[in-house]
Design a protein around this ligand. Structure first.
Ligand code: G3P
Ligand code: CA
Length: 245
């Protein structure tokens, strides 16, 4: 089972910052997940929300800022254990840190209602600009239109369907949608990750990854029901728990 650093080692350092990614690499992570947005001047950046409110306390929208403005904001302001200044990193800086030793990179593209027109072309060009990066990349999004556009632009790109508020009853329609775009992975929330759902998805041909798994009990349950990967904020201890059982 893959142990995927979720937003870097975000249990120990401010999420989606260079500090969190460097720490995850030091902890030995080789599989990573992070969230991709685009600034007003077209720079791909890594942050969870569309706004900076939850990380900086300032309700600024990434879509409304140039990168020169965005980089001045401290997005570690609410990380109690370490509020020292951290900026929103450019995607390229993140890949420079985690890329070389990585096996698998999950670019989660936040693009609800196509807020960032052209982000698909831009990300594809970036993936093709560095040797070996396209092959390691897995693109996911909660926005189905975004996944469809990626598929239209690239028949080869590996896609993951991300179920949003996915109740068990909605699993079959979701499988149909995931197949329609040729997704190879299905990423789902821990609260609906039960044996029956996971085995249905695996029988349908998907690899299943579950977010966010931060306790030993949940990690061992995921392993027992045959999940292919878990997203975790604690990649160091999660790895040893799962290995030791
Ligand atoms: O990509 C898995 C997971 O990160 C999706 O949810 O809200 O943490 O981006 P969220
Ligand atoms: Ca995410």
């Amino acid at each position: 089972m893959k142990i995927i650093s979720h937003r870097g080692a975000s249990g120990y350092a401010p999420e989606n910052t260079l500090k969190a990614f460097k720490l995850a690499v030091e902890m030995g992570s080789r599989d990573f997940e992070f969230d991709v947005h685009q600034t007003r001047d077209g720079v791909l950046v890594v942050h969870h929300d569309f706004s900076l409110k939850e990380t900086s306390g300032r309700d600024l929208k990434i879509a409304g800022l140039e990168y020169s403005e965005l980089k001045k904001v401290n997005v570690a302001a609410y990380f109690k254990a370490d509020t020292a200044f951290q900026r929103v990193p450019r995607l390229e800086e993140v890949i420079d840190i985690i890329g070389p030793g990585s096996r698998w990179l999950n670019f989660e593209v936040k693009n609800d209602n196509n807020l960032y027109p052209g982000i698909e072309e831009k990300l594809l060009a970036f993936l093709r600009s560095k040797p070996g990066l396209f092959e390691k990349a897995m693109v996911s999004s909660f926005d189905y239109g975004t996944l469809k556009r990626f598929r239209e632009l690239s028949p080869e790109l590996k896609l993951a369907y991300l179920g949003h508020n996915l109740r068990a009853v909605l699993l079959l329609p979701a499988i149909k949608k995931a197949k329609a775009i040729g997704a190879v992975n299905f990423h789902m929330a821990l609260r609906i990750a039960f044996g029956l759902n996971v085995s249905r998805l695996r029988k349908a041909g998907f690899r299943v990854c579950v977010y966010t798994v931060n306790t030993k009990k949940d990690a061992l349950r995921m392993k027992a029901i045959g999940v292919d990967g878990i997203f975790t904020n604690y990649p160091d201890i999660m790895g040893s728990w799962v290995l030791k059982g």
